[in-house]
Design a protein around this ligand. Structure first.
Ligand code: GLU
Length: 421
């Protein structure tokens, strides 16, 4: 994929390692621990032969990377996308490790991915591919080992197929093998909106420290999927105005504001935000450089490159996506005093409620949605405060502070555990 200046997009795992290097320097990490944290604990690559509706067989490639389990079973979503690669999954698994650590939940980090184009596949094809992928990684996952969840272009239904396949192989029901399940099989209330809701809680905290009045704030969302759309709808309840949104097919904007709930309904019907009544088209680069108070990149990695960063006019960036800003772009945003709530903090609401789902499953209980949302708010607000305190204490950006908190706790766990044998 090429950016606007035809520079190749940086490798996401290189970005993750560069972020780790910066944190290691601040933390004065021992070289051995830095080395351990630079290598995923386990990488699994599997072939997924799938019967297509045409009767032909297609062999998909899938990955599961378990980056670390020093703080608990590894945890992270599964992504279905044509651009999935082993290095992308490694980066995402690495970020999950810091994310769970910052949220202070007892998980390590993992991620899975299958190279496929789910938009061009039927439900039956997706089901057969998911079941075969599950069978291929079944020996590596489990409620005390590694717990998958939804990510880009996977959802609660995909999680249900994983539960059914895993349980069939085990011979008994194991709903707690994944989180983000449908409610009917043990999913948690509040999980579907948790990433967006959590990001709004961090926005509210950021607004307090930056003296931004959310009742008067404008915002733009790049990537109107699960995280971005819920973020928009919930932030709108605080009085902020959505002025632009985009998805893989294009973007829309309106200075007068776009009703997020209506945009969600429109996208539900047509498959895209493009063509929403009362809006003008806008491309992604234009959206990312709009004069708004809050910019929310909620799509894929490497959206904010140095070229884009130089033109960013938002006061604040809240990263709902994983890895949307390159390390080189970070430096520019930082010197331009853009306040950034980094991905591993901003979007941790998803995995925080995944943790709450897992606890409910293991205890065979279920909490009302309000209780889940309150626990989410407590956890993510606490994490924001810890990261903000760290950034003030060490005079660093919020990104570096988040990495210091996340990496620091994992390093502590490794030091305490020691090395076998
Ligand atoms: N895919 C989500 C993330 O990137 C959620 C992971 C989870 O709930 O385990 O944080």
């Amino acid at each position: 994929m090429l950016s606007q200046t035809n520079q190749p997009k940086p490798n996401a795992f290189d970005n993750a390692l560069e972020q780790l290097r910066i944190a290691a320097e601040y933390l004065k990490l021992e070289d051995g621990i830095h080395q351990m944290l630079s290598h995923p604990k386990r990488e699994v690559t599997v072939s997924i032969p799938t019967r297509m509706d045409s009767g032909e067989t297609h062999v998909f490639t899938g990955y599961r990377v378990q980056y670390s389990d020093a703080r608990g079973p590894s945890k992270g979503g599964i992504r279905y996308h044509p651009n999935v690669s082993l290095d992308e999954v490694k980066a995402l698994a690495c970020w999950m490790t810091w994310k769970c650590s910052i949220a202070d939940i007892p998980f390590g980090g993992a991620k899975g991915g299958v190279i496929c184009n789910p938009k061009a596949m039927s439900q039956h094809e997706l089901e057969r591919m998911t079941r075969r992928y599950t069978a291929a990684i079944a020996d590596f996952i489990g409620p005390y080992r590694d717990i998958p969840a939804p990510d880009v272009y996977t959802n609660a239904q995909v999680m249900a197929w994983i539960v059914d396949t895993y349980s069939a192989l085990k011979g008994y029901m194991v709903p707690e093998v994944v989180t983000g399940k449908p409610i009917s099989i043990g999913g948690s209330l509040g999980r579907d909106k948790a990433t967006g809701r959590g990001a709004v809680f961090t926005t509210a905290e950021a607004a307090k420290v930056k003296n931004l009045d959310l009742k008067k704030a404008t915002f733009a969302v790049e990537g109107f999927g699960n995280a971005g759309a819920n973020y928009a709808e919930i932030l709108q309840d605080y009085g902020s105005k959505l002025v632009a949104a985009s998805d893989s097919k294009g973007g829309v904007m309106s200075k007068n504001g776009i009703d997020a709930a209506k945009l969600i309904a429109f996208k539900g019907k047509t498959g895209s935000v493009v063509g929403m009544a009362g809006t003008q088209p806008i491309d992604d680069d234009g959206l990312l450089q709009l004069d708004v108070d809050i910019l929310c990149p909620a799509a894929l990695e490497n959206a904010i490159t140095p070229e884009i960063a130089r033109g960013v006019r938002a006061k604040m960036i809240v990263e709902c996506a994983n890895g949307p800003t390159t390390p080189a772009a970070d430096k520019i945003l930082d010197s331009n005093k853009v306040f950034l709530v980094p991905d591993i903090l901003a979007n941790s609401g998803g995995v925080i409620v995944s943790y709450l789902e897992w606890v409910q499953n293991l205890d065979r209980i279920s909490w009302p949605e309000l209780e889940v949302n309150t626990k989410l708010e407590d956890k993510i607000t606490g994490a924001f405060k810890e990261v903000y305190r760290t950034s003030q204490k060490h005079s660093t950006s919020m990104r570096t502070a988040a990495l210091m908190v996340g990496v620091g706790r994992v390093a502590d766990a490794i030091r305490t555990l020691g090395i076998f044998p």
